[in-house]
Every structure is written in structure tokens, then in C-alpha cells.
Design a protein around this ligand. Structure first.
Ligand SMILES: [Zn+2]
Length: 329
């Protein structure tokens, strides 16, 4: 294999029109960072003019100078790698316009190779930080962002049919922003993700993308507590997700404590003491009783040397509603 071909294999460049000379690799710097430059040439004889379409017979289209491009390649070794590509320029005698040679390694007017873009997409599937993908692929975080967005656009979910068992979930995806996803409850496959989770958006999504027959096919939907949109599945049984149920009960118990606590506030000194205790030891009231020790004495500020269970018992005596709720909880 020639030196040029070896280089191409090493760099995953398949374009036969790119040629490398011997000694084509040089070390240098780019934006203050050490890097590798690979000098290459791109030339060929075009079959026609890309501007007017005239066939290239007897040099209708002739070679006319070159244009140098710096294209980012995937890193070879440890430093960013760039190809400095001398692209052939062509002139058309028929239409008097000029154009530059094309190569599949990079899109027109772009300086980031297709391989780098592919690398960005592959890495983004591994849930890596945007910044570290950018560093590993020697591109800017903005480029990573753009590539991911473009890849997402190509992904068109198929709205063919819904599985018998669906599961809905919500999750945080950016600062305070919540997204909605629906999942095949049996296989765990994510069927689609919506960037909003209000009832109207979700309802419309299902109505627009799936027929009533499709929706009638759904037998169960596992949801969190807040789900007005389930009415679009007329025949489905609704299952409330255990995790969300536990979360809700937890929250209600805590709310009850806060209510009782606030009633005690601003009264006499004894009540203020109770208020402070309920405020400080809220976690103990949410704990499983069997997880609280009845034998191990520790120092609890506002209480003194006590066991976890005795503290809870004392606090429950402050209010009958709190006690009743705790027992139910
Ligand atoms: Zn032309």
C-alpha cells in the first residue's frame, strides 16, 4: 500500500480524489493548542459544470487554481487533527463561472468532517457531557448541540400502533423544564418524548398521531398522579405507578405536619417549643417506624438524650390529627 493510501486508511478517508504526499503530517498549533496538520490535495476531472450542467468535453471545464480549507478530523493520537486540503477550483468556459471540487468527507461550506459529526452523535448517545464531547471531538459545544438537534430531526417516530400496555412518565430535562415520555410498559422501549407535559399537549399528541381504534387497543396505562390526558384511551385501565403513589402519600403526611406545626406557631412559649421540634424533626415523622430505634439513646437538640421512637411518640401527642394521619401513613 502506498503512503497516501496508508494515511487514508488511518484517517478513515475513502474519497479516491484526495491524495497525500509523503511527509504530509506536520505538528503545529491552532487557537493556542497543539495539533496535527495533514496536508492533502483534492482534484479530479469533472464530468460536467455544476453551475450550468454543460458536459466537460475538450476542457470546457478546466482546472483553475486551488482553495485551501482547514477541516476538523477525528483526533488521531492525543491532539486535535486537521486536514489542510488544497481543493481544486474549476472554471467553466460555457457559463464563465467557477466552482470548487467536492468531497464526501465534508459538506459544502462546512469545516467539520462528516466523521467528526458521526462521532459527536455516537458519543451523545452515551449520555456524556456536552463539554466533554466537544473536547473529545475538537469542536465547540455549540457544534455538538447543533449536531444533536439535527440528528433528532431525522428521527421520525412511527405512529403505527400503540402497545397494549403503556407507561407514562415525566422527567426534568433542563433547568426546571419537564418533559413527558411514553413507554411500552412490557418492553421498556421509549416510544416518544414530548418537550412539554401539559394535559393539552399530551392529549393532542395522542389524538393527532393515533386513531381512536389504535387508542382503544390500549389495555392499561401506568401513570403518575396528575394525568387528565388518560381520557384519550377510552378502554384502558389506569394503573397508578407505585413510586408516584408513595411520593404522594409522603407529601400528604408532610403537609399535615406543616399544618399542625403552623397552628402552634406564635402562641405561648410551650407551643413555640413544639413548633420548633416539629420543624426540626420532620424527617423522623416520614421514616418507617421500624427504622427508628427504641433502645439507642442519642442527644437530640430541643429534646435531650432520647431514642428516635420516643421523639416521634412525643410529637404525635401534640395533635390528634397528626397522630391519626401518622398511623394511617
Ligand atoms: Zn458552466
Amino acid at each position: 500500500m502506498s503512503c497516501s493510501n496508508n494515511n487514508k486508511t488511518l484517517l478513515d478517508i475513502k474519497d479516491p480524489n484526495i491524495i497525500f504526499d509523503e511527509d504530509c503530517v506536520k505538528e503545529g498549533t491552532y487557537k493556542g493548542k497543539r495539533c496535527k496538520y495533514i496536508f492533502g490535495k483534492l482534484t479530479y476531472t469533472p464530468t460536467h459544470c455544476v453551475k450550468c450542467g454543460v458536459k466537460n468535453i475538450d476542457f470546457t471545464v478546466y482546472k483553475n487554481g486551488t482553495q485551501l480549507s482547514r477541516i476538523t478530523l477525528p483526533i488521531t493520537g492525543i491532539n486535535p487533527t486537521y486536514i489542510l486540503l488544497q481543493k481544486q477550483r474549476f472554471m467553466c468556459q460555457a457559463c464563465q463561472s467557477s466552482f470548487t471540487a467536492k468531497t464526501p468527507i465534508v459538506q459544502r461550506n462546512c469545516f467539520i468532517s462528516q466523521n467528526v459529526k458521526a462521532q459527536v452523535i455516537l458519543k451523545s448517545a452515551e449520555a456524556q457531557l456536552l463539554r466533554s464531547i466537544a473536547r473529545d471531538c475538537s469542536v465547540s459545544p455549540a457544534t455538538v448541540h447543533r449536531q444533536i438537534n439535527q440528528a433528532v430531526k431525522q428521527f421520525i417516530p412511527h405512529y403505527k400502533a400503540l402497545p397494549k400496555h403503556l407507561s407514562f412518565d415525566e422527567f426534568k430535562y433542563a433547568k426546571g423544564e419537564m418533559a413527558f415520555e411514553y413507554i411500552n410498559a412490557e418492553s421498556g422501549d421509549i416510544l416518544n418524548i414530548l418537550d412539554r407535559r401539559d394535559n393539552l399537549t399530551i392529549k393532542n399528541h395522542f389524538i393527532v398521531n393515533y386513531s381512536l381504534t389504535d387508542r382503544q387497543h390500549v389495555e392499561t396505562v401506568t401513570i403518575d398522579m396528575n394525568a387528565g390526558y388518560v381520557s384519550v384511551f377510552p378502554r384502558a385501565k389506569i394503573i397508578i405507578d407505585r413510586f408516584h403513589l408513595v411520593q404522594l402519600i409522603n407529601r400528604s403526611m408532610n403537609k399535615c405536619r406543616i399544618q399542625v406545626m403552623n397552628q402552634l406557631r406564635m402562641s405561648n412559649g410551650d407551643d413555640m417549643k413544639k413548633y420548633r421540634r416539629l420543624k426540626r424533626y420532620w424527617k423522623l415523622l416520614l421514616k418507617k417506624r421500624s427504622d427508628l430505634s427504641s433502645v439507642e439513646y442519642k442527644y437530640y437538640p430541643l429534646f435531650g438524650q432520647r431514642t428516635g421512637q420516643s421523639i416521634v411518640d412525643e410529637m404525635l401527642h401534640y395533635d390528634p390529627v397528626l397522630k391519626a394521619n401518622y398511623e394511617l401513613y
